[in-house]
Design a protein around this ligand. Sequence first.
Ligand code: 5MM
Length: 335
Amino acid sequence: MSQIRQIAAEMVAPGKGVLAADESIGTMDKRLEKAGVEPTEENRRAYRELLAGTPGLSEGASGIILSDETMRQSFADGTPFPDATRAVGVLPGIKVDTGAKPFPGLPGETITEGLDNLPARMAEYAEMGAAFAKWRAVITISSGPDGELPTDAAIRANAHALARYAAACQEAGVVPIVEPEVLMDGSHSLERCAEVTAAVHAAVFRELADLNVDPAGMILKPNMVIEGTEYGRESTPEQVAAAAVEVLKRNLPDDLAGVAFLSGGQSPERATANLAAMQAHETPWPLTFSFGRALVDPALKAWHGESSLVGAGQDALSERVRANAAAVRGEFQPA
Ligand code: 5MM
């Protein structure tokens, strides 16, 4: 088996998911401020050390996605982050996109940037120890002043960028996490989310195939198929799971290494319950988690920047990682 296939399989091994701790500096600072923590480089570092240094993290997390800043920082004892996470059995990954930016010509939509010089950057990240990478495309559903969104053009361009990124990763011996996120923002139904998500996956897997990306050496990080936050009625975990699996089965190749869902702004409890319900369905690929907020929000709240509360923050993260690992093993017990 090729090295990237082996790493990809390790990332979605039974009972394991991937922790997304790759907020850009701007996003991280907003989250720190909201939690009452001064947004400084040292506080961003200390918070990421709290997460990556959580005792027992590797029992439920195969990897952690870092940002460029964190990748170049060290634990307080001087160990660089990628070495520190590997030492505890958690693969380091790197977010390589440079953000979703307003799409010229397509009002209300975004195109994710970061392709310039990517092969050279990938080689540097591989040298620094990155086992895998991540690129997030953002797709908006709306029927507002900008017309009916998303447009086919935005879907196509974002899918193409994801495929160019994934090909560059595999060429550098790094596993790509391909994240096309259809946002939950809006008043759309679960059925509309299903329709858009399926169209996005169709475009993404067409572009990936065109650029000869090996599905067995990559992970798809999709949104769950879920109603918009303003829809007014919450779908049950069984409805979300059935819709998500039906959508995935339409376009994903059977030899894809795995699917690791994002949480998208759901509460930690809802994201876990939905993930647990997915496991009742037979799929050719493991279905696991690569949550950001649904794993780390409780930890950030518990810590709020106090060195005496690092343990409390780590306990809060452990609790969410354990719940999601139980969910993917089919052992989830709702509270
Ligand atoms: C952790 O947040 C990631 C990076 O966000 P920005 O670059 O926008 O600051 C983000 O890509 C995240 O990995 C995914 O959206 C999944 O996170 P959630 O919180 O939706 O599970």
